[in-house]
Design a protein around this ligand. Structure first.
Ligand code: ADP
Ligand code: MG
Length: 558
């Protein structure tokens, strides 16, 4: 491309691979569209799942855009941007990850013919940014607040949002069941920001419907020693002691060296060790606790000692579980058994060790602070439970978002159609090329309802025409019409409770536009050779593949 007539100026080292100009931009757009095509079919309640397996043999089945993008191991530098926006959507709002990838790909698909025709990408970028601002304003305007409702009413509304999120997942068949569970869990932790207060425990086996919510903490029985079976397994209002110390008789042979002159002294050393541990155990017992949990091991001596005194104990409790018990039961984790004052002991209404499927679970329910919840998930295959967990995570995030922002928009493509219509109308008021670009942006938004139809096997053209007509109605009463996933026609998404929190859409539009603009603004990719060719620097002499001189930015094209 560079003019070979001019003397060469060596700028980059030998082996540097550069590609630039329109061709590069188009190649980036194609790569992004290819990624969009991968996740396309997973959108919506009738979306398909992807099975991804890696060379280590681990298999993941997922419908979640972010998960799929992460596992795809994309190497194309431009397409990687999509992985990032999917991830950021996942961490910002938790849902809408497929939507965001699809939108970005569609924005670029619409931009492609313009680029081919020689439109400068800065013009496109400017129009896209304007369109995105307008779209977001419109979404905000159309959003309906669920503030000021009674708790019960609000719970019902939130469950609708959760159900919409879950409807596109493997567990969609039981969406009402899980939606209520998720709302209860989120309500339990209140406005605490720590997401890990909601625990999800997976127990393979049983039926999805056997899953249940504990208004407190539940974790799998930990490793236990002889004597454990003699301990009581149920308490009402027990005091709970949380420890971060080992309660084990240690033979100190590895850690200490003791010189004895008289063999009879040996016994006193052994006794001293026993005294230390008995002293610790006594202090635990004296505190009046009935349940002792420790992050570190509780050995056989301690287990038997507690059993004899009708105390339950569990050692090697995972840190997050211990912290959740602390948050829920109101105790503090102790690193010493000296001075156990009543304030550091937690409590709960019922502690119980229960059989769940093939596992035994320690369950603390009716915790005073009430700020934790644990969902115990049941189901067949491992992959199924894993995906169920990811789906619940999406739903939990959505409900939390809705609680915080409490505005919702109609889903099923309704909001996308309405914003699209608004942008089309707006574009007519603009003179110049920008009109075309904003129109393309508007058209790109229609990808959501179109893909929902395609994935469900409906005639997308037919449904979209009906939707366009409904949304064009002057009275505005068609504004919340979206794809009816059950009949293949159109329906009022708002009335059917297909709701999404407004932030999902706002964030998706924002992130997808940013990604599209980012890719449009790249006109050159430079690949640096491996640094091992350091000596290649010198060799990059006269024959080096440098860049042609005098080729400023202004000369990229033509
Ligand atoms: P994402 O990863 O983007 O959340 P999903 O596969 O969860 O993708 O699909 C979300 C889309 O499906 C949203 O546009 C939502 O409005 C739509 N949707 C969800 N439930 C329904 C339903 N019952 N009827 C119609 N559309 C629905
Ligand atoms: Mg979703």
């Amino acid at each position: 491309m560079a003019s070979m007539m001019q003397p060469q100026i060596i700028l980059l080292k030998e082996g540097t691979d550069t590609s630039q100009g329109k061709a590069q931009l188009l190649s980036n757009i194609n790569a992004v569209m290819a990624v969009g095509d991968v996740v396309r079919t997973t959108l919506g309640p009738r979306g398909m799942d992807k099975l991804i397996h890696d060379d280590k043999g681990s298999v993941t089945i997922s419908n979640d855009g972010a998960t799929i993008m992460k596992l795809l191991d994309i190497v194309h530098p431009a397409a990687k941007i999509l992985v990032d926006i999917a991830k950021s959507q996942d961490s910002e709002v938790g849902d809408g990850t497929t939507t965001v990838v699809l939108l970005a790909a569609e924005f670029l698909k619409e931009a492609k013919p313009f680029v081919e025709d020689g439109v400068h990408s800065q013009n496109l970028i400017r129009s896209y940014r304007t369109a995105s601002t307008l779209a977001i304003e419109k979404v905000k305007e159309l959003a309906v607040s669920i503030e000021g409702k009674s708790v019960e009413e609000k719970k019902g509304l939130l469950a609708k949002c959760a159900a919409t999120t879950l409807s596109s997942k493997l567990i969609g068949g039981e969406k009402e069941f899980f939606a209520t569970m998720v709302v209860d869990a989120v309500m339990a932790i209140g406005d605490d920001d720590r997401l890990n207060l909601i625990g999800i425990k997976k127990v393979p086996g049983g039926n999805m419907r056997d899953s249940f919510l504990v208004d407190g903490v539940a974790f799998k029985k930990t490793f236990s020693y002889a004597g454990f079976e003699q301990q009581p397994k149920k308490f009402l209002n027990p005091k709970i002691l949380l420890l971060n110390i080992e309660l084990e008789l240690k033979s100190e042979k590895e850690n200490a060296e003791i010189r004895l002159s008289d063999p009879s002294q040996y016994q006193s050393i052994v006794d001293a060790e026993w005294n230390i541990i008995y002293d610790k155990l006594d202090k635990c017992v004296e505190s009046g606790t009935k349940v002792v949990l420790s992050r570190l091991a509780i050995g056989d001596l301690a287990t038997q000692y507690f059993a004899d005194r009708d105390i339950f104990c569990a050692g090697r409790v995972a840190e997050e579980d211990l912290n959740r018990v602390a948050a829920a039961a109101g105790g503090t984790v102790q690193t010493s058994v000296n001075n156990i004052i009543p304030e550091v002991l937690g409590t709960c209404e019922i502690f119980e060790e229960k059989q769940v499927g093939g596992e035994r679970f320690n369950i603390f329910s009716g915790c005073p602070s009430g700020r934790t919840a644990t969902i115990v998930l049941r189901g067949g295959a491992d992959q199924f439970i894993e995906e169920a967990e990811r789906s619940l995570h999406d739903a939990i995030m959505i409900v939390r978002r809705a609680v915080k922002n409490s505005t919702v928009v109609p889903g099923g493509g309704a909001i996308d159609m309405e914003v699209s219509k608004y942008l089309r109308q707006h574009s007519r008021t603009i003179a110049g090329k920008s009109q075309l670009f904003i129109n393309s942006y508007a058209k790109a938004l229609e990808v959501i309802p179109r893909q929902l139809c395609d994935n469900a096997g409906f005639d997308a053209t037919d449904v979209l025409n009906k939707l366009r007509q409904k949304h064009a109605m002057q009275s505005g009463e068609g504004a919340s019409y979206g794809v009816d996933i059950n009949t293949g026609g159109i329906a009022d998404s708002y009335a059917n409770f297909v709701w999404e929190p407004a932030v999902v859409k706002i964030n998706a539009i924002n992130a997808a536009t940013e990604a599209a603009c980012l890719i449009l603004s790249v006109d050159e990719t430079v690949k640096n050779p491996k640094s091992e060719s350091a000596q290649g620097d010198a060799a990059a002499g006269a024959m080096g593949r440098g860049r042609g001189g005098g080729r400023g930015r202004g000369m990229r094209r033509r």
